[in-house]
Design a binder for this molecule. Sequence first.
Ligand code: 13P
Length: 337
Amino acid sequence: MNTQVIIDTAKAMVAGNKGLLAMDESNPTCNKRFAALGIPQNEETRRAYREMIVDTPGLGESISGAILFDETIRQQKKDGTPIVKAIIDAGIIPGIKVDMGAKDMAGHPGEKITEGLDGLRDRLIGYYEMGARFAKWRAVITLGDVIPSRGCIEANAHALARYASLCQEAGLAPIVEPEVLMDGKHSLDRCFKVTEEVLHTVFNQLYKQGVILEGMILKPNMVLPGLSCPEQESLDDVADKTVNCLMRAVPAAVPGIAFLSGGQSAELASARLNAMNVRFKSRLPWALAFSFARAIQQPALEIWQGKEINVPKAQHVLYHRAKCNQAARRGEYNEED
Ligand code: 13P
């Protein structure tokens, strides 16, 4: 294992106030987003959509890495250029989602366990050869009256650490993503408590399994009130709770924390990231960055509509959202944007 290479990759993923673009929706998820807008759901449309994204002029100014799905890493642009080459030529590091999805957890009603460890060592070797230099694995924690259970949190943390260790062995920097979902009516404080417990459990497993913290990126949820909670706290309250939670649980050796957006609007995700950096950036050991899918893509997808003629406009909006999040990393995001 070349430790320094992995550490350099992780550092590069959060350098220059840039962030990650998650464009790794599985086929069912991508199809669901297309269906909601009446866009045809097939391989060619998914390919054209991803080509539109990676061809966005200037995307590399604010995006350090792009997370791909298995189908996409094997695809080419219409002119035959491999998508991976287009990404590298844009100055962006290619990454790959390697989990096989969150499945119902046996004996744990309402909870999920992420699958994909079997055969992962060989798949990682294949992805490295295809050009990927980092990977992603998402664990899902659902909040309810009596969940999450310790069993669910521990099983997911264990799987995340096993995945992360395999990635580093293969020369890939792992993105470790434990997502506490926004769905539900839980309070901000409940999300804080659960997120804190989840992160402690994850870092305990990462330690036990010998993962090099300097060579990984944490991708957590922001600490937020549930979507249907009547009390929705201010930007500053969310920023304070999120950063306080992370300070308790994330070792200083981790180079960067890149949030998922989780279903927040593009504007709110940028505004919350901005508030965190305005209030805390100068005294944090790690970078506070982004690894958004919907909060960067959704406005562009709505304009694209599956039509070639809309490509330049959609790219313009995608470029803009990516830039907004770079500004949010500096604490200079303008909420009207
Ligand atoms: P969202 O930003 O849409 O939550 O997606 C991030 C992601 O990669 C989820 O795994």
